[in-house]
Design a protein around this ligand. Sequence first.
Ligand SMILES: [Zn+2]
Length: 540
Amino acid sequence: MPVVLLIAILWFLPMAGLASDLLIHHANGYVDTQQRFTWMTISDGRVIEVGSGDAPTAEYSAVIDMQGRTVMPGLTDAHGHMLGLGQARARVDLVGSGSLEDALARVAKQASPGKGWVLGRGWNQVLWPEKKFPRATDLDKVMAGRPVWLRRIDGHAGWANTRALEIAGIDDTTPDPAGGRIVRDPDGKATGVFVDNAMALIEQNIARPGEDEIRYALEVAQKELSSLGITSVHDAGVDTATLAVYKDMADKGELTLRIYAMVSDAGENLDALGKPLIAYGDDRLTARTVKIYIDGALGSRGAALLSDYCDEPGNKGLVFSNQDQLDAMVMKALGMGFQVGIHAIGDLGNRMALDAFAKAQQGDSARYRNRIEHAQIVALEDIPRFAGLGVIAAMQPVHATSDKNMAADRVGEKRLAGGYAWRKFLDNGTVIAAGSDFPVENANPFHGIYAAVTRMDQNGEPPGGWYPGERMTLTEAVRAFTIDAAYAAFQENDLGELQPGKWADFIVLDRDLFAVDESELWQIQVEETWLAGVRVFVRQ
Ligand SMILES: [Zn+2]
């Protein structure tokens, strides 16, 4: 190579590194929860420089004047269900139904056209005056000719009509499967409600969604999430079919948020995947986590407890596998280079998860960043084990404020000392990655930040907060939705803050979340969402 050319290349290299495509200025900007900025330069989708005062004069291909608006890092939902959210938009929506009659009216009105299955989600008998599980015969009154299957709000129980029972071949002699329960009358008659593993008796008769349905659902979901300021989602349970669609969307540049896929079913899906997929498609898609369920949910009394439910003596909930089986699944996944996220809600489920991690990690706590998804009810003596094992608590602040009355009924005051215990986790040095568990809950991360900071619902109930000692500070809550969520995905060097070198994933707000009264936090609106320096949402 001629010397002159070499010199020319060496001369231009650092220049090229400094050149920026985009200048954002006049911003009320937050690099993270502490450091401020007014201008930011961006190139190739990443932050080049941030600063305060006058922006450097240079040639930019675009200049955006924020006119003093608040700019902060994009938010991560560290536990949500993309396919579920998209499908929920196309299905009977029973969220918030106030009575059985209301639920039935919605089924009649919203049922998809055609002759096939009518699917829906979101009922919660706890919100109905009778507080009783509904029955197949109730559904028959509004929909008898077509099979109907409606999942409970927490996804851990389902409600079928008689036509669905016929198709599934369920009668009163059908035994409960392992880890599941067919709800029955005192005389043994199946009522139409199926808990946890028993749901498969119905669901195995419903055709799996095809590629087109999956793609449509994911597109609907990502659009909605972008409008809420979410730039990254930890998708908590992805099968191989969905992962294939994600890959295709990444290849075509169609992903407008970053997906951190947690592969469900440590058996077939894990073997099909073989090894982790990291930073695929311009860092839009990573699949390096295996999601394992050890128990169910509190609402349907499927969460595994160390002692009986307060409101159902004799019932301790359900575990989906025994300790040896769980240990083997964790060992296998870690051995293949995956992180493990165990869904654990009850104090027994959480203890089994911690025990499995303790055995598999063999004293190496820093390396694996294993996670417990939900960590809702934890025995007090087990809380310090999270930090000791380097286990991340992936928690959903809104669960505490929407579950509060139900949780008190299920486990009582004493066990609630370790319930939704964010402060105890944080004080022990546990990293909390926050999310919403959409579509179980509304995906709006500002609802989550508000719940984390106040422990109140949006009506300000209960005044002063539910177990207010567990409140997070605003800084902790924002970290849990940004940099700490990134840490839980091994992405803290690329996401979660607007430091030079990280992806320019940021949002523009209608007010400054660090300046508003905390009662207002849930009302914050996102005006714009940017991913890798490209605007993917603007409020009209
Ligand atoms: Zn979930």
